[in-house]
Design a protein. Sequence first.
Length: 349
Amino acid sequence: MSPPSTLLLTGGAGFIGSHACVELLDHGYELIVVDNYSNSTPHVFARVERIAGRFVGAVYELDIRDRRALSAVFDRHSVDAVVHFAAHKAVSASTRMPIEYYDTNIGGTTSLLRAMHEHGVHQLVFSSTASVYGDAGHGPLNEATPARPANPYAASKWLCEQILADACHRHPEFTVLALRYFNPVGAHPSGLLGEDPSGTPDNLMPCLAQVAIGRRHRLRVFGNDYATPDGTAIRDYIHVMDAVDAHRVALDHLADSPGMHTYNLGLGKGRSVLEVVSAFSAASGAPVPYDIAPRRPGDVPEQVADASAVERAWGWRPTRGLADMCVDAWRFQQLNPHGYAGTARRADG
């Protein structure tokens, strides 16, 4: 089976999806992008094209839960494989809106699978998350670590993985590569693309950037009483450009063997919240002021990746460290002090 050449990207206007567009265009892929712009903007594609020096391709505004609209896209285009980014992804928001998270993340995935199968498309790279491991204790987590989702977001992604595994079992023609990210951060080194969430950021790095640029007064550090060296939660981070590079490499391995295969993406090194604050302060050249706040529901003390499986399988490993992540995120924020200023957004839903 030859490697795929025409890809359908769901959620291709989002943080990871837009960076993936650049990576895949740079490597000669033809793209078809669908996004409902619930937490993104279509204006990002002009920046993608500026970086890649190529047109993105066909772009459709639609919600992948709309099976008729999604099926029409498959009717119009010959698709070799799908890269599935579209999802709600904020841990704390999922505890406030569990029904919406299950509906979007699970409903979108089942709708996509049905459209793929009906159109004879059976190769999928799935954007999953290390959140599925939940509170698995100290030490690196490998793919055999039992899942213990601690919030609706993580549970929705875990259920999506189960659905994908069942689909592969029922339909042997399916191949699914699920990539579990450990906190993708950073930005494209050009500064044209980065993380620009709607409303109040839920994740640490965009919060740091917005405080450093003056859009917010102080950072809130949620919890300093965890059983960690400085009391703040520990996470493994990966540069967004490494994460999307892993997707490109995954596409080369869809033909290796059928069925469902899961891989962790991370550096294999944990960093506490205060360590990341210090690293970002160094990148921005000034201390980032912060206050300690109570723990958030759904957060866990520590998550660090054992990402050795993907290196053994594909010879792939991340190449960028925490300093690179902070420098690139800060460059994006400096060049875009108000994010994708002037771009049209739509309310989350």
